[in-house]
Design a binder for this molecule. Structure first.
Ligand SMILES: [Zn+2]
Length: 615
């Protein structure tokens, strides 16, 4: 017996065997069992997704000796004839080569005669979009009122080329591209049956090359099996198909994320020596980073038909410490450089230059993180008083890599003043309020250090009287005998106003980073154990205060203060009604323009105010 290629040998013979087109097969099965099958059906979809296969199975369902049924027996004369491709009553016509009006006229004449031995005469017209306009017009009449014994089944890859007059007379079913997992799974089943050993990675490579087509996948599998033994190594598949090893893409992204330029250049060199097509590699690289971006934004549940679920999990692992804005910047660079690589006489050099550029980008901050940094800047102390190396590194990044936040690198000013908060301030520091606060904070720290050996009972009060912000050094002094924090009995004897006053001092001393936020809040205490912080919705710090991190910090400070578990709530008060008169409006605009936070932001980002909306 002549050798049958896998695509023919393993052609599905029932609806259950069709891969990944359940939305179509289920509808057809239901129509068959309920006796509501249309007289003309069109299957549209990409190549190799099962259009003709489904049409043949449907023909069996209709003409089976046990039919019409959704599960043809595959044993009767009619079923066997259709499987063998020699059924008298199932006429397959290639629309590409029988596209003239004469062919359709002939079809119309023959359709009048009854089927030879089957219940219905079935015409399967493949590539029906190739018919000429006259041929389509000739089809119109018979499509509208076909003889009861005739069933038309059409298949096309280009449904938009079919006239609307035809489409309105037929029932249309759209087939989908087949996902990589489904193609690989189908090939795995076939390999098992044939006694061929191919690893999952190899099958995934073949499936990816199939580009959503089961038939293409099986043809490639045939080719690979013909060229090798029963055991097929991944390297053999890479060589035969000329594809890029997916591991290489993961190696590149890992090296870029870790800033390892040498590793990336080594990979470029290796691909070049192996004679890989670098432009094709670049195309896959763009797709890979695009997929990383999708996985970053949607998690492991992301639906990516072009990659396997195993790869999605690997991507999620690689992205654990990578921010979305940073990833977006990398994808943008890849797109911007694409034309250069395609047009360059030396794609390898252009590729290396692209990697150089990608390495220049440093992880960017989200807007919320930026606001947080600015707040820290105002107090002169990194978040939570933390001066660990990590935070310092962030500041250094901000200083040295303003492009991490703005693509306009040429014009972008440094994002923070020239000195870091933990170095000595230069006298010519920008005279922004944040800078003045920084200096005041340092004064306070000096003061605290001096007063440490002789703690005054009202040290905190003195600091306040002098108009200086509390410094992190105060955190330790605040635990002095005057502070009731932790002394539940003493707190219970105090008035509500006194408790709130002490609580405010306590939080300010414990967390300078929170000080700016809570300074604009009103406190409320509902004995015995509920504290709420109210802030206006239009206050720029409202979102910052609501952040999970700050809420848990407030809970901790309140718990320490009351020495018991306290319920903490952040209440965001809705915006006030619109500012009536123009005069009032101007006043509010002026207040907004001269607000210290706005001024600090303008100075830090070298920004301009384009519009102010008063609501
Ligand atoms: Zn049958």
């Amino acid at each position: 017996m002549a050798y049958l290629v896998f695509a023919r040998k393993y052609r599905p013979q029932t609806f259950e065997e069709v891969v990944e087109q359940a939305h179509v097969t289920r509808t057809l099965a239901s129509a068959l069992t309920s006796g509501r099958l249309a007289h003309a059906i069109l299957f549209a979809g990409p190549r190799g997704t099962g259009k003709t296969t489904i049409a043949r199975i449907l023909a069996k369902c209709v003409n089976c000796a046990e039919g019409p049924t959704a599960t043809p027996c595959n044993l009767c004369r009619s079923c066997n004839e259709i499987t063998g491709g020699n059924a008298i009553d199932v006429i397959e016509i290639d629309g590409a080569s029988n596209n003239r009006v004469e062919n359709v006229r002939e079809l119309r004449e023959n359709a009048k005669y009854m089927p030879a031995h089957s219940p219905r005469k079935i015409y399967i017209i493949d590539e029906v979009h190739m018919l000429s306009d006259a041929a389509f017009n000739a089809l119109l009449k018979i499509l509208e009122e076909p003889p009861a014994h005739v069933l038309f089944l059409f298949a096309t890859t280009e449904v938009h080329k079919i006239p609307i007059t035809i489409l309105s007379r037929i029932q249309r079913h759209d087939l989908r591209r087949v996902g990589i997992d489904a193609i690989a799974g189908h090939m795995k089943t076939i390999c098992r049956g044939e006694g061929i050993e191919i690893g999952d990675k190899g099958l995934a490579m073949i499936a990816r090359e199939a580009d959503g087509s089961i038939r293409d996948g099986l043809s490639l599998l045939d080719q690979i099996v013909t060229c090798s033994d029963k055991t097929v190594a991944d390297d053999t598949i890479i060589d035969i198909l000329g594809v890029i090893d997916r591991d290489v893409l993961f190696d590149v992204s890992a090296a870029v994320f870790s800033g390892n330029l040498a590793a990336v250049l080594d990979i470029c060199e290796l691909l070049y020596r192996q004679g890989r097509h670098l432009v094709k590699f670049y195309t896959e690289l763009i797709g890979h980073f695009r997929n990383l971006l999708v996985v970053k934004s949607r998690g492991v549940e992301a639906e990516l038909p072009d990659i396997t679920s195993h790869e999605i999990r690997n991507m999620a692992g690689q992205l654990e410490h990578v921010t979305q804005p940073y990833l977006y910047q990398l994808v943008t660079i890849l797109f911007e450089e694409e034309w250069r690589i395609r047009q360059s006489v030396s794609p390898k050099t252009a590729l290396e230059m692209t990697f150089f550029r990608m390495m220049q980008v440093k992880p960017a901050f989200s807007f919320d993180e930026l606001i947080e940094k600015l707040e820290s800047l105002r107090t002169g102390i990194p978040e939570g008083g933390n001066t660990t190396g990590e935070n310092k590194a962030d500041y250094q990044t901000l200083r040295s890599r303003p492009e991490a936040l703005s693509k306009n690198t040429a014009d972008a000013p440094p994002l923070v003043p020239a000195e870091t908060p933990d170095t000595q301030a230069a006298p010519d520091t920008q005279a922004a309020p944040d800078a003045r606060d920084t200096l005041n904070a340092r004064d306070a720290m000096e003061q605290s250090r001096k007063s440490q050996p002789d703690p005054a009972p009202d040290a905190t009060g003195n600091a306040r009287a002098q108009g200086r912000p509390d410094s992190p050094g105060d955190a330790h002094q605040s635990d002095g005998p005057d502070n009731p924090a932790g002394d539940a009995a003493r707190i219970d004897q105090m008035s509500t106003d006194e408790i709130l006053k002490r609580l405010r001092e306590w939080i300010c001393s414990k967390s300078p980073a929170l000080k700016a936020c809570i300074s604009e809040c009103s406190f409320h205490f509902e004995p015995p154990d509920r504290v709420s912080f109210a802030i206006d919705a239009d206050n720029p710090r409202a979102n910052l205060l609501k952040s999970k991190k700050n809420l848990s910090a407030l809970e901790k400070h309140c718990k320490d203060f009351f020495s018991r578990q306290v319920s903490v709530a952040i209440e965001v008060k809705e915006k006030k009604p619109a500012a009536g008169s123009p005069k009032n409006r101007r006043r509010l605009e002026h207040e907004g323009r001269t607000h210290p936070f706005v001024e600090a932001t303008l100075k830090t980002f070298n920004a301009k105010i384009y519009d102010i909306k008063v609501s």
